[in-house]
Write a protein that binds this ligand. Structure first.
Ligand code: FAD
Ligand code: GLY
Length: 386
């Protein structure tokens, strides 16, 4: 257990519950802004969803007609990424492996080509940057693509970051900025009453007072004891199984993110590839199944046949923290002292910079910015009470 937070007798201004990318980014930004911050992580920093994520920054590829507010937030966050990555590595000397690689959406059969055409029309109607490519044009850009592909869309602005490198950099930057990072230290619940939250109670029984508490505990965010009824939010886990592969011959098999409606292949730029991912509603189960590994590899190799030759290094599963409308919950709750930063579902890595900015501004002003009102925690007040 890291007991560094105990050296300091003064209460923190901010207690952060959860050391995934969201909690770490908030801890970093808040400490940079001069707040006294303590972050509590029950396991290893970045050991849950943030450890398995592929790291696509894909607001345009993952755009949907029904989720235009998430699209707008994702595009704002994508625009912040280059400067966020630059500041992060300047702060701590570690690189988050942000890569401006672009993305191709590909159809590997006739049915997928029809569906891909609808995706193109949707993106065009929303004025998103996307180009239609003939199969030969796509294969010119990515010669490893299967000769049998039917159609492709070029999305030049959807990039990637390596979430494991990001966690390491955020942890170092937050600590360098003065945040105390208490790993292997579980929070049991919130301290205070329905009128105000005043800190956290650790699983050890110790009480830690804090000026404000941010719950960034991913899929477990709703499980803390002592959340006042009017401040509760419905968060559930959505399981994703994902593979990590390596080309012993080095980089080059694919240089952009390649995705179909069944699978994505994310190049790390050094011969490593991430192939994902399933979407499963199975509660907190994180079993890796033979069927999922087979289906991911089959779909990936249909897109990029060279996948069959890669070394399979890791198969894992993680839990996407998800709300009923798939949108994140950011900022103050109905109870003074309690803030949320969770529910980032398929986009937590993409949304890391904007979440930290919005949360910090809300801590400073007491309110979530009007531009982000779709993501207020208050939208669930009546649902959970009913
Ligand atoms: P987590 O990383 O889960 O962190 C929450 C932390 O809180 C955990 O470390 C946990 O141990 C801790 N915690 C929980 N309870 C307590 C407690 N009581 N006390 C102390 N600590 C506690 N997003 C993208 O943007 N791009 C992608 O390409 C992408 N790919 C993905 C692929 C897969 C297979 C999966 C599963 C997710 C993917 N995501 C992606 C989504 C992304 O991983 C999540 O949205 C993001 O990691 C959520 O971060 P978080 O910090 O909220 O949660
Ligand atoms: N955004 C990719 C995933 O969640 O699998």
């Amino acid at each position: 257990m890291d007991l560094a937070y105990k050296d300091d007798k003064q209460s923190p201004d901010l207690a952060v519950v959860g050391g995934g990318v969201i909690g770490l980014a908030i801890a970093w930004r808040a400490a940079q802004a001069g707040m006294k911050v303590t972050l509590f992580e029950r396991g290893e920093l970045g050991g849950e969803a943030s450890n398995v994520a592929a790291g696509m920054l894909a607001p345009v590829a993952e755009a949907s007609l029904a989720e235009q507010e998430i699209l707008a937030l994702g595009r704002q966050s994508a625009a912040l990424w280059p400067e966020f990555a630059r500041q992060l590595s300047a702060s701590c000397g570690l690189d988050s492996s942000f890569q401006e690689c672009g993305t191709l959406m590909v159809a590997t059969d006739r049915d997928q080509a029809v569906a891909l055409d609808r995706e193109f029309v949707l993106r065009q109607s929303l004025s998103l940057p996307v180009q239609r490519l003939r199969p030969s044009q796509a294969r010119q850009l990515e010669p490893g693509l299967a000769p049998s592909i039917h159609a492709a869309l070029n999305i030049p602005g959807d990039h990637t970051v390596d979430p494991r490198a990001l966690t390491a950099a955020l942890s170092a930057a937050a600590a360098d900025a003065g945040a105390k990072l208490a790993s292997n230290t579980a929070v049991a619940g919130l301290l205070g009453s329905a009128d105000a939250i005043t800190g956290v109670t650790l699983a050890s029984g110790e009480e830690v007072s804090a000026g404000a508490v941010v719950v960034a505990a991913g899929s477990w965010s709703g499980q803390l004891e002592g959340i006042p009824a009017q401040a509760k939010i419905p968060v559930r886990p959505v399981k994703g199984q994902i593979l990590r592969l390596r080309d012993p011959a080095g980089p080059g098999l694919a240089t952009r993110v390649l995705r179909t409606d069944e699978v994505y292949v994310v190049p790390r730029g050094d011969g490593r590839y991430v192939v994902g991912a399933t979407m499963e509603e199975l509660g907190f189960d994180t079993t890796v199944t033979a069927g999922a590994v087979y289906e991911l590899l089959r779909a990936a190799a249909e897109l990029l046949p060279g996948v069959w030759e890669l070394e399979l290094q890791e198969a894992s599963a993680g839990l996407r923290p998800s709300t009923p409308d798939n949108a994140p919950v950011i900022g103050p709750s109905l109870v003074p002292g309690l803030h949320w930063a969770t529910g980032h579902h398929r986009n937590g890595i993409l949304l890391t910079p904007i979440t930290a900015d919005l949360l910090l501004a809300a801590l400073q002003s007491g309110e979530l910015a009007d531009s982000a009102s779709a993501f207020t925690a208050k939208r669930f007040a009546s649902t959970v009470l009913a």
